[in-house]
Ligand binder design. Structure first.
Ligand SMILES: [Zn+2]
Length: 81
């Protein structure tokens, strides 16, 4: 585990708002006794709720960040967002 010193900013995957708040955890029962705990976040701007959020640090975008965003765009298309 790497320990990030950068301050992490959460970004809504739907509207890219930074107004994401932590909304607790949900326990998703994935079968016989294999429940996993997911973190949940709520977007105050568009109402998005989910465990999938972007987190970016305060630094400038790197190539991997940009590549990640392109991947995200594909995911969003698949999800119909
Ligand atoms: Zn949003």
């Amino acid at each position: 585990m790497e320990n990030k010193e950068d301050k992490t900013q959460l970004i809504c995957p739907k509207c890219r708002s930074g107004r994401i708040v932590y909304a607790g955890t949900t326990v998703s029962s994935g079968g016989a006794g294999t429940g996993t705990t997911d973190q949940r976040y709520l977007c105050k701007d568009c109402g998005y709720v989910g465990s999938f959020v972007l987190d970016v640090s305060g630094r400038e975008k790197t190539e991997s960040d940009i590549a990640m965003e392109e991947d995200l765009m594909k995911i969003k298309k698949e999800l119909g967002l």
